[in-house]
Design a protein around this ligand. Sequence first.
Ligand code: SAM
Length: 230
Amino acid sequence: MLAPRKTLWSTPQSAIDTAIAFADLHANDVVYDVGCGDGRVLIQMASKSIPVGSSSDSAVSPCDLPRNSQHHHCHRFVGIEISPERAEEARANVQRAKHDNRIGQHVSIEIKCANALEVDYNDATVIFLYLVPRGLRLIRPILWSQATNQDTVLNRTTDSRDHPAACEKSQLNKRCSNTRQVQQNNNNQRPRRVITYMNPIENKVVLKKELCKVGNVEGAAFPIYLYHLG
Ligand SMILES: C[S@@+](CC[C@H](N)C(=O)[O-])C[C@H]1O[C@@H](n2cnc3c(N)ncnc32)[C@H](O)[C@@H]1O
């Protein structure tokens, strides 16, 4: 287990708001909550999503959201949860949030019942984790090795760009221009962001750290951390 399962410990609103700010969400982002519990982090993040083409100060949001600087265009969210009951609860909460117009119809929140240690994170651009230190230790090499593998594949496909002589024939030239495109896309990509609440990831460079107040607990404030994957 990456976190206790009996009692659900949830990320408070203030930390979710900070996570949204750390993530700097764009339309092409895909946000994962690893150990998503009842789905509240993803629902809260998704509730700030407005469709591409809307702007936070001109267009009318389809779900009458109050406007603030946290609005974004990200519309793909994935929750990973090992407990079947909790995954089911998260799905029901997502359905309810859509039904109540707290999240727009353009948003997709997929809840997968799976062991987070066996998941492919290659399409994730933002990964949120509220896990115990041991859980973070176990998942760290998985996240970072998947990031390294992805970079290796991209670098291999760009090798021919560095050797134009290998691109004599038109077929090869076409492939070379494709690989140039891949590299351009790769260069345009923003770094993938990892955000942890409460516990840091050991031996990784923390780019940002903030203390988030917990509403109903006098004087309590817990940390949230930002890292770049790779
Ligand atoms: C501390 S709760 C966090 C819930 C939610 N992310 C939040 O921040 O409000 C951790 C969740 O991780 C789940 N979990 C524990 N081990 C897991 C594993 N190996 N794979 C997927 N989920 C796991 C637990 O069932 C629990 O719901």
